[in-house]
Write a protein that binds this ligand. Structure first.
Ligand code: GN1
Ligand code: MG
Length: 361
């Protein structure tokens, strides 16, 4: 991480905090930004999330911040509190800005820490999967009338499967990390799955464009510590135009399995029926007033294509020598690829079963 606490506190002091900042420690499990838990005050302690944005991934940090401000402002008027939701709040700098730019050109931002909540690495039971599905579903439902064209594109082609395929092809061709020989079996498995992106591309035009979250993994939900209810959706960096299918898909990817994203033991990437059932019920209930027939009929295809893309993204990064995702050990991106291919295999095996579950709602 690099920065000393004193340096972090100096950065923190640029924001409108309650009292003096006195502690700032690394926090969370994100792969992209540097995230810290910041504390200030004296007797009345206040807590915040301080983040240094990854500007290699988000090349226009102003656009990211602008999108988040607009979305949060809109959500404030959408009655979330009546349903027990507590949305993020950004803390401005002393100059009234949503980000502080330090001497090296780094972008820093700050949010209120939402107290009495926890994040989960995994859904442990169908109730948690239900709550997660409900939270992201409700997020999309609250934003149903926000014109997605009003948002900046923070990462172009983020959910464009053809572009992801091209990125992989380019990494194969150039082989920057000198790892191409090693991944022939994975490349073959990916080639054999080509029907999934083809099908998705065929229907994409017919799907309504919506404001979607685009990073609906389980760690991006805050659960109430006491009641276990989902009460906040976080990480709004990639909120932009998208499809409901891929938001549902990223939940299937992360809510229905027991292991971490780099687990390679088959038991850990098996998509579980009970967890899928909880997620499907929570999500379909929350979006019941907005979901169209074509979206409903293709939710499972959304899951397949998101997991397919995630496998490609991890493998591309492995071939590129780990440029994009943070890694804790050298082969992690390969393990992540194997994990995604395993999750996808399991999902395809259970397609009939899961379709049956969705048809009930
Ligand atoms: C990244 O920010 P974080 O760690 O939640 C990535 C997502 C991937 C995810 C895989 C901007 O999300 O798209 O699905 O890792 N975010 C970006 O865990 O690339
Ligand atoms: Mg993210």
């Amino acid at each position: 991480m690099g920065l000393k606490m004193t340096e972090l506190l100096q950065i923190a002091a640029h924001f409108n905090l309650k009292g003096e900042p006195y502690s700032c420690e690394g926090f969370g499990t994100g792969h992209i930004h540097e995230t810290y838990l910041l504390e200030s005050g004296d007797k009345d302690r206040s807590r915040y999330i301080l983040q240094r944005l990854n500007i290699h991934v988000f090349k226009k940090p102003e656009s990211v911040q602008d999108n988040i401000s607009r979305i949060l402002k809109y959500l404030k008027k959408s009655g979330g509190e009546d349903h027990g939701f507590r949305d993020l709040e950004m803390i401005e700098t002393g100059e009234g800005k949503t980000a502080h730019i330090d001497r090296e050109g780094n972008y820093w931002r700050c949010f209120h820490f939402i107290e009495d909540t926890i994040t989960l690495e995994k859904a442990e039971n169908p109730e948690q999967a239900f709550e997660g599905g409900r939270s992201f579903g409700y997020f999309a439902a609250r934003l149903k009338d926000y014109d997605p064209r009003r948002l900046h594109v923070t990462i172009p082609d983020f959910m464009n499967v053809e572009w992801r395929q091209k990125q992989l092809a380019y990494a194969e061709l150039t082989n920057p990390g000198q790892r191409l020989k090693k991944v022939q079996p994975e490349l073959k498995r990916i080639r054999n799955l080509s029907e999934i992106p083809e099908q998705f591309i065929r229907i994409r035009q017919a799907l309504p464009d919506r404001v979607t979250h685009n990073d609906t993994k389980i760690t991006n939900i805050l659960f109430d510590e006491k009641t276990g209810k989902g009460i906040s959706v976080i990480d709004l960096d990639t909120v932009m135009t998208g499809t409901l299918l891929t938001d549902f898909g990223d939940m299937v990817r992360t809510f229905t399995i027991l292991g971490k994203e780099d687990a390679t033991d088959p038991e850990l990437y098996d998509c579980r029926e009970d967890l899928f059932g909880g997620l499907a019920l929570g999500f379909t209930e929350a979006v019941s007033a907005i979901i169209t027939d074509i979206e409903k009929a293709n939710l499972l295809l959304g899951a397949q294509v998101v997991i397919y893309m995630q496998a490609i993204r991890f493998l591309t990064d492995y071939l590129n020598g780990d440029m994009y995702y943070k890694t804790a050990y050298p082969e992690q991106n390969l393990s992540r690829t194997l994990n995604q291919l395993g999750v996808l295999g399991s999902l395809l095996e259970k397609e009939k079963l899961f379709r049956g579950i969705l048809d009930r709602f």
